[in-house]
Write a protein that binds this ligand. Sequence first.
Ligand SMILES: Cc1ncc(C[n+]2csc(CCOP(=O)(O)OP(=O)(O)O)c2C)c(N)n1
Length: 558
Amino acid sequence: MRAVEALMAALKHEGVDVMFGYPGGANLPTYDAIYDAGINHILVRHEAGGGHAAEGYAKSTGKVGVSLATSGPGATNLVTPIADAMMDSVPTVFITGQVRTDLLGTDGFQEADITGITMPIVKHSIMIRDPRDIPKAIHEAFHVARTGRPGPVLVDIPQDLSRAEIDYVPIDDVSLPGYQPTHSGNAKQIRLAAKALANAKRPVFYVGGGVVNANASEELRDLARIEKFPVTCTLNGLGAYPAPDPQWLGMLGMHGTRAANYAMDEADLILAIGARFDDRITGKLSEFAPNAKFVHIDVDPAEISKNVPAHIPIVGDAKEILPRFSEEYRALESDESRMKEWWERIEHWREKYPLTYEDSTDNEIKPQYMVQAVWEATEGQAIVASDVGQHQMWAAQYYDFPEPRRWINSGGAGTMGFGLPAAMGAAAGNPEQLVVCISGDGSLQMNIQELATLAENKIPVKIFLMNNGFLGMVRQWQELFWDGRYSHVDMGNLPDWVKLADAYGIWAKQETDKTKLVGTLKEAIEHDGPALVDVRVTKEENTYPMIPAGQAARDMVG
Ligand SMILES: Cc1ncc(C[n+]2csc(CCOP(=O)(O)OP(=O)(O)O)c2C)c(N)n1
């Protein structure tokens, strides 16, 4: 069969039900094969949109997201989504077309060394040199993308090779001798960690996106509830532990709750699970959790002691390790009352510093209120994709996620333009679920063309635009740390969003009145198809609380 038909067969064998892509000269043979492959292909309007859609699909379903592009500019348009997928450990396979092998290295038309360009931002990449390797490369790519610490894998296929005739037999067992992720975790270390937890007087569970990736939420809950251990999550970990919950301290980090950050600051033991001590969590590293011992569970050995030295490192899959941890813990003698004072301290912080804001007394819509209205209109049950900026932080703070895979955002890379296509991918992967996108007026414009994709494919994403007329998060930093010198953050000539959406064939409405907001959001939700609500919010509201960059948790402001 043609190599591209084998490519399709391999994708189907890997269970691909939808992929996102954009054609061009170098991947023409592939697109010819897609024509009758029987795989749902969504034609995006920009390769970056396709890449983020694949991420949204993967983050919400746990399956591998697939995105295709042609060579040269098509491939380089995937660089940001690839970097994004790498930062957030998103299982993704990116398939690019490449110029013919006889043109490689000649600056051929639409040539870009995409494997070279993306080398630092992929988990793995495969440049096809023999057409018979194409299906095997796909199976390997999926295997590497979804096992161990998930991540992006690139498969680059020169045009002439994709036209060759080959035989294909599906491969179920990929064998890569040099790639053997550790799953089980060292038994002794787990026992040691359980003991340390049993002795800790001020423990905190610090949970990251790794727990979501490992589908280990239940296992986490079981361990956390053996005794009443306080739990906090990173931005990417939201939903890994259900919110709200008596043991849940809220999100930690730069815009986390005071209770979570102060608890980390005063903890004597931090159990980090699938979290990587990002600077948005630690603040000033030398002053981070100064009294704590660290137990660090991570599937990626390179994460252990990368930023913060681990006293007890455990390399492996949280889904395998946490039940064994619980078992070890249950076998120990421990006294829950040892945490009594700790909980009193935490309750004191919770009472004194709840997550709150000053609501308007007139009809003005405060951004925080908007997120609460989204929560109310969706009954807390939506998959929420966000873009990047203040709206992202408010969404993280004020929308409670009862389950994992409901919160789709660009945590590590912080990529504006992520939200809309990621929501599209999440909706394609979860046709039964309500998917909303909370975006900012700056972010939405970064991949606005995907409105056409939504409309054409009738993907019922509900876009709730938090419109403050500013690049709000940057404006906030300029206000707080640059003497209020607003350099190029006013979005000035904003489009008429309702007309714009209308031009794309999308139902839209503007809302300026707080008392009508929930109703308008519901109207959008009830509308059969994609919808956009342009919500005019307070222009210069700040996201608080906040640990100023490079400072310690104790220095929180707001
Ligand atoms: C691609 C990209 N460019 C620039 C930035 C820097 N940046 C972070 S937040 C932000 C402002 C976002 O504005 P908007 O989408 O309107 O959201 P708001 O903060 O107002 O809620 C900018 C420019 C980024 N994160 N990503």
